[in-house]
Design a protein. Structure first.
Length: 277
């Protein structure tokens, strides 16, 4: 993800190999929901802000075979992993450029290079999301499309009722706030885009509501979400926001949810689309 230098070291999910693999899994798992309405057919030179380990980059290069992708990320470690990953993919050959840089102050000329932009799970980690969106608009050609996918963490719900999970999740979000991020930024995308001059702005909630009607997908999501919850545990423990007792209760409650014949999983994220003019 793209962050300030100090927050790079404090990134909520960390930079472990396990976390990098989780990001690839997340991209594959949520691909159909994220990309169901994205149209980059008119884009030839796409800017991906916060490309991370290249998980979404691979999807973009596969789904839109005519584009050249420029990925920007603040973390050199993530960029190196993205280079390693994309170099193994035949259809990505000679179609991408990965750069280390700050999304709040991009080293690109104005309105000369890019004709589209993509951001996914990025603004939640950035102290000044409006500044990033302003920079994106500056470097894109007039009339270029921008697609932003972001979290709305207040929407998370599981059945059976899991009080320790909810307590942990709120502490998870508290830490993200205290690290100058915003776990609810998805709801604010329309305001943010309008504030820095974008046009033709639309926002759409995208929801996972999984119950007995789709038990296989529900089980997969509960397993994935358990990994997501625990991905922040080292930082939460280090910062003193949770203790091992609460973490154990979270593991047990999620195990009960996974085994429940009437389990329910619910989560909504937001996707915004806009144009630079």
């Amino acid at each position: 993800m793209t962050e300030t230098e100090s927050s790079e070291e404090k990134y909520l999910h960390g930079y472990s190999k396990e976390e990098q693999q989780r990001l690839y899994k997340q991209a594959r798992f949520m691909e159909n929901k994220i990309y169901s309405d994205i149209d980059f057919s008119t884009v030839t030179n796409l800017l991906e802000v916060g490309c991370g380990v290249g998980a979404q980059s691979e999807v973009l290069l596969r789904r839109f075979p005519h584009i050249h992708l420029t990925g920007l990320d603040y973390s050199e470690k993530q960029i190196k992993q993205a280079e390693s990953y994309l170099s193994t993919i035949p259809y990505a050959t000679n179609r991408y450029t990965l750069l280390q840089g700050n999304a709040m102050d991009m080293n690109f000329d104005s309105q000369t290079q890019f004709d589209g932009a993509f951001l996914c799970w990025v603004l939640e980690h950035i102290p000044e999301p409006a500044r990033v969106l302003s920079e994106v608009r500056r470097v894109l050609k007039p009339g270029s499309p921008v697609v932003i996918t972001e979290v709305l963490n207040s929407s998370f719900f599981v059945e059976p009722y899991s009080p320790s999970v909810l307590q942990y999740w709120m502490r998870f979000n508290d830490l993200q706030y205290d690290m100058s991020g915003d776990p609810f930024v998805g709801a604010k995308l329309g305001n943010l885009l309008q504030s820095v001059g974008y046009k033709r702005i639309t926002t759409e909630p995208k929801t996972y509501h999984l119950d007995n009607r789709n038990p296989a997908k529900r089980a997969e999501m509960i397993g994935f979400w358990t990994e997501l919850l625990l991905s922040g545990l080292p930082q939460l423990l280090e910062a003193g926001y949770v203790d091992e007792d609460l973490a154990d209760k979270v593991r047990e409650e999620m195990r009960i949810v996974a085994k429940s014949p009437n389990a329910v999983f619910f989560y909504t994220f937001m996707q915004a689309k806009a144009y630079t003019s």
